[in-house]
Design a protein around this ligand. Structure first.
Ligand code: GTQ
Ligand code: FE2
Length: 371
């Protein structure tokens, strides 16, 4: 008897269902689903418009305040492909990463806490608030990048005058999946400074040199990466040929060890020069993009996503994608990915798209939800 017919036979089926009743399972039925030949992500390519995120956060500000709720005013993105997780509470951006936009208004304070999840922030809009991380107040402005590795106390407060919006990205779903969550509230609302303001930014004022004490590996020797030096790095790199897939791209790194600034999450700032038309590729890590400046399109698995300032979009693992700048200025994309997890798991793999001169055939166009 041929294998398939044998598995479908009454005797085998009967036995399999008896196993189920006693909390056992037959591998011979499970293996093709469990061992797919290549990644089969549940997360789908998706895009959230800034107009929607902004409108919902403004609405939230009339309903929820950190004061009354004891927590941050953040609204997270839920990947429709991960909606199967909602019965146990929520869906995340990808299988490993969470992303949200957080809004803090002048006069508000989000109390300090600490957790095993690592966080990063990228400032989309506004200035004047600070994040206090491990006793250091970091004053934030548009384009700045902050890292808060797991385990450090952190809270936010806004002594300034205009609303501030930023992207939060954390490895919450990954930590949840491995049951690695520990969380504590700070005993006394928001932590008070234990070091001078912007201490780490001053220590790294020079850029590519480090204080001699940082030869010893530290979790977050630099807490906040200013926009200006990042922009200068992109400008210098722009003298040369852009990467055919990613344009002109730099990575935020930990100056004490040369690794990604945030444990488990890699973060990049990439410039797609005016007229840039990237080639398609795919890789095992998944990416969350946040459009800092400009507009363009990304084709993901054949569907075209049009993006502009403030939008968030997700490239799931192993999805073919290519970026193009269709606007009249340089485009700047901030991104966060789980590449460091893939590296630790020895799962770094990628493929370039060879057909059609390296560009996908566009089979559809994504229609985003507007407010
Ligand atoms: O600001 O500390 O969006 O702990 C999710 C979890 C933000 C934060 C989020 C967090 C924070
Ligand atoms: Fe937090």
């Amino acid at each position: 008897m041929e294998a398939n017919a044998f598995l479908q036979s009454e005797q085998v089926k009967q036995f399999s269902s008896e196993l189920e009743k006693v909390n056992l399972g037959p591998l011979w039925h499970a293996i093709p689903q469990l061992m797919n030949h290549q990644p089969k992500p549940e997360a789908v390519p998706y895009l959230w418009k800034w107009e929607l995120l902004h409108a919902k956060l403004m609405e939230a500000s009339t309903i929820f305040t950190p004061d009354r709720g004891g927590e941050r005013r953040a609204i997270y993105i839920q990947n429709p492909g991960l909606a199967y997780k909602k019965p146990w509470g929520w869906a995340s951006a990808t299988q490993t990463l969470y992303a949200a936009i957080q809004l803090i208004l002048p006069g508000e304070t989000a109390p300090s806490h600490r957790h095993t999840q690592s966080a990063l922030r990228f400032i989309s809009k506004g200035k004047g608030a600070y994040s206090i991380v491990d006793g250091e107040r970091l004053y934030m402005e548009e384009g700045d990048f902050l890292t808060t590795p797991g385990g450090l106390w952190h809270g936010h407060s806004h002594p300034g005058t205009e609303p501030m919006f930023w992207l939060d990205c954390l490895d919450i779903p990954f930590m949840y999946g491995i049951n690695g969550t520990f969380f504590e509230s700070y005993p006394d609302h928001i932590q008070q400074p234990e070091r001078p303001d912007d201490y780490s930014a001053w220590r790294y004022r020079g850029g590519m040199v480090r204080p001699i004490s940082d030869r010893t590996e530290k979790k977050a020797p630099l807490g906040l990466y200013k926009w200006k030096p990042t922009a200068e790095a992109l400008e210098g790199l722009s003298r040369f040929e852009p990467d055919p897939y990613d344009g002109v791209a730099v990575e935020y790194f930990n100056p004490s060890n040369g690794k990604n600034a945030t444990p488990n999450i890699a973060s990049w700032m990439q410039k797609l020069p005016r007229g840039f038309e990237g080639l398609a590729h795919r890789h095992t890590h998944s990416v969350i993009y946040h459009v800092f400046r400009g507009s363009g399109t990304t084709v993901i698995d054949g569907t075209r996503f049009d993006w502009s300032q403030g939008d968030i979009f997700v490239v799931p693992p192993w999805a073919l994608h290519e970026h193009a700048n269709t606007g009249t200025e340089d485009a700047l994309l901030f991104s966060a990915s789980d590449l460091p997890l893939m590296e630790r798991l020895d799962l770094v793999r990628g493929e370039t798209y060879e057909r059609n001169r390296g560009r996908q055939e566009v089979t559809g166009r994504f229609s985003p939800i507007l407010p």
